[in-house]
Design a protein around this ligand. Structure first.
Ligand code: GAL
Length: 683
């Protein structure tokens, strides 16, 4: 059983950089952390020079000394491998370890994450160091777990070094076997791109119109993900040989172009996330007014939960964010650190580590504030965190309970990555992803993200009453078969426009659309168009409800016994079918020929009777989010107020207010940024 996520309590931690502070401060810091409620610290993730100050010269004394201080006071430690920051002696002597821009210019020493995963030289340095760290520090009693690297793929998810080209060729040879197969998969006959030898193939390079063969780019994204996953596995295999029984291996964050599900399955015991909701309040932010703001981070937390039902937060916001070169932001207002902490816990976190104990006095992050400011002065934020710790004692029994959702949103990495390179895909995906999430939030309908992966089976889906797959542009027969089984067993599947357009290489199918989904959807697309700007928003009537059919409109035709539920009311295709319902076994498939607006998604949630599933327990205003964590017999209801105004809630049943330890019901007032956790008593 690992120290974190033991299913028994919520644990508090922080991120500490002993190398940034005079050792005379350590004991005082550790003591004060413990007085605040902090039991775990994450250390060392950027400190390569403290272990190998010069090539081949290893020393462990600095962190031996620091860990002795931790052991003396029983502070627990998560030890980070420092591979996000290669040392200057290395990058200077072996520039091949550096990542490059697309034009080949190397990213030089001076920042971080400037290495590439595929450099054999960097891999060898890393293997040697990680082996030395794991074997030396592994037995240390202070250590309870390991963090691999730091934020893999953060800040940079594109790699163009020579090592990457060599590795890309190997990846493609494994995948396609022959250059002829590669030519076919990439459609290189178009614009005369045909390759005659593997040596002619490169990672994407500078091209005219900044445009590279899209099938190549899709494979390149798969390759970047594969490289990152192999990077994590290389380190985790070493640590696994030396860690003490019970010590966990994790890494922090989810970023673009990495299959975090695969990485977690192959290399980690669980994933942790870095949550910075205050970024929604950056003064130069371009989030539209009235957007979900910090509530958007719930979406990220839902994504993390799709990887691991219960997870940790390795870095939870505790102060203003800012680098010297970007981001100016306010300090979290009174109550907001608590709000964001409870947001993490509501969505499935059982560990909260605050970033960082002290604000850095040097370097890029002097404005990325921690719990303390530059001096040791007592401040409002540490006082709030102490209070949060006392709340952790009161809500401890939430730990180990699963987040409840009846509605799932299907995703696949292929579609995610395709939407990064294909603007037609991106536009509809962006529109629908935000709209469905907003509709779920504002109707108080918890959702899960569910990834269709190679090993996903219908049994992973049947717990959801409704699954949305907004734009399944890339799909294969196997995925359709699983969805068919889900529906046949009573599930409801909602598909949006452009489903089945592309095969796994990203080429368009010649079948009638929606291609592989045609039979399941009971629908065929006869005509389609992006909605012209001068049309405004188009609509379709569904049983007397006027529903928006935004952005892209397909004219549909029903197949077999499928029924037309709604027809377009505008434009030249007025009267054509816009929504088709197909009964399959015990369930139903709805095929909507458009993208989703918040209005459209809300209509689906309501008509399919999955909106506001806790309406019998609580009524609450739009500015509040709810979440339920439950183990089947015990259930906990979280209420989170994201506005600075107080809000009125009505509890329709008696519940135990865990913060106050008293039974409550009826009308309650929640202060601005306030949160509550209620235990739903058995009836
Ligand atoms: C995270 C990162 C930390 C720190 C923080 C503030 O992304 O893991 O090391 O940089 O952001 O920028």
């Amino acid at each position: 059983m690992s120290y974190l996520l033991d299913g028994k309590r919520i644990v508090m931690g922080t991120d500490y950089y002993p190398e940034h502070w005079d050792p005379s401060m350590w004991d005082e810091d550790l003591k004060r952390m413990q007085e605040t409620g902090i039991e775990v610290i994450r250390i060392a993730e950027f400190a390569w020079n403290k272990f190998e100050p010069r090539e081949g010269e290893f020393t462990f004394s600095f962190f031996d000394d620091f860990l002795a201080h931790c052991n003396a006071c029983s502070m627990k430690v998560i030890f980070g491998t420092p591979t996000a920051t290669p040392p200057a002696w290395m990058t200077d002597k072996y520039p091949e370890v550096l990542n490059a821009k697309m034009d080949g210019t190397l990213y030089r020493h001076g920042a971080r994450r400037h290495y590439n995963y595929n450099s054999v030289v960097y891999q060898n340095f890393t293997k040697e160091l990680v082996e030395k760290l794991a074997s030396h520090y592994g037995p240390n009693p202070a250590i309870v777990g390991w963090q691999i690297d730091n934020e893999i793929n953060c800040e940079c998810n594109e790699f163009y070094s020579e090592s990457d080209t060599l590795a890309f060729r190997r990846f493609l040879k494994d995948k396609y076997g022959t250059i002829e197969n590669l030519n076919k998969a990439w459609g290189t006959v178009f614009w005369n791109q045909t390759y005659t030898a593997w040596s002619e193939v490169y990672v994407p390079r500078v091209t005219l119109s900044n445009n590279t063969n899209p099938h190549e780019v899709l494979d390149y994204k798969r390759f970047v993900s594969d490289s990152a996953c192999r990077w994590a596995k290389m380190q985790s295999d070493i640590i696994a040989r030396y860690r003490k029984p019970g010590d966990f291996i994790t890494t922090n964050g989810i970023f673009q172009d990495i299959d975090s599900h695969r990485m977690t399955q192959e290399s980690l015991d669980f994933i942790t996330y870095d949550s910075y909701p205050n970024m929604a309040y950056e003064l130069d932010t371009n989030l539209p007014a009235g957007d979900l703001k910090d509530r958007n981070w719930s979406m990220m937390l839902d994504e993390v939960r799709s990887i691991h039902g219960i997870y940790g937060i390795m870095e939870q916001q505790s102060g203003a964010n800012g680098w010297n070169v970007r981001m100016v932001s306010p300090t979290p207002r009174p109550g907001q650190i608590t709000l964001w902490t409870m947001q993490s816990i509501a969505h499935g976190a059982d560990y909260i580590g605050y970033f960082r104990w002290r604000t850095a006095t040097m370097g890029t992050e002097i404005y990325w504030h921690g719990i303390l400011d530059y001096s040791s002065r007592e401040n409002r934020r540490i006082a709030e965190i102490r209070k949060i710790h006392s709340l952790f004692q009161k809500i401890g029994s939430v730990a180990g309970n699963a987040y409840e959702a009846n509605v799932g949103i299907l995703e696949s990495y292929d579609n995610k990555w395709d939407a990064e390179l294909d603007i037609w895909h991106a536009e509809i995906e962006k529109q629908s992803a935000a709209a469905i999430y907003r509709a779920a939030q504002f109707t108080h309908t918890p959702i899960d993200y569910v990834y269709l992966r190679e090993n996903t089976g219908a049994e992973d889906l049947t717990k959801y009453k409704v699954l949305f797959y907004p734009h399944a542009m890339i799909a294969n027969g196997q995925q359709v078969k699983i969805l068919q089984e889900y529906v046949a067993q009573g599930g409801i599947l909602v598909l949006g426009c452009r489903a089945g357009l592309k095969t796994m290489t990203g080429q368009c199918t010649q079948e009638n659309l929606p291609g592989v989904f045609r039979e399941l959807a009971g629908a065929e697309v006869t005509e389609f168009t992006f909605v012209a700007k001068d049309e405004g928003i188009t609509h379709a009537g569904w049983d007397g409800t006027e529903m928006e059919t935004v952005l892209f409109n397909e004219e549909l035709a029903p197949l077999g016994s499928a029924k037309v539920l709604a027809r377009y009311e505008d434009s030249y295709y007025q009267g054509s079918p816009a929504l088709i319902e197909n009964s399959v076994g015990k369930g139903k498939v709805y095929y909507l020929g458009s993208a989703f607006s918040e209005n459209t998604a809300q209509i689906f949630l309501e008509k399919l009777q999955v909106a506001n599933p806790y309406g019998n327990l609580i009524s609450l205003p739009r500015d509040c989010e709810i979440a339920v964590r439950s183990n089947g017999s015990e259930s906990y209801l979280f209420v989170l107020n994201y506005s600075k105004e107080e809000q009125k809630l009505t509890l329709h049943k008696q519940m135990n207010d865990l913060y106050r330890g008293e039974m409550v019901s009826g009308e309650l007032t929640l202060e601005g940024y306030g949160t509550r956790v209620f235990k739903i008593e058995e009836q």
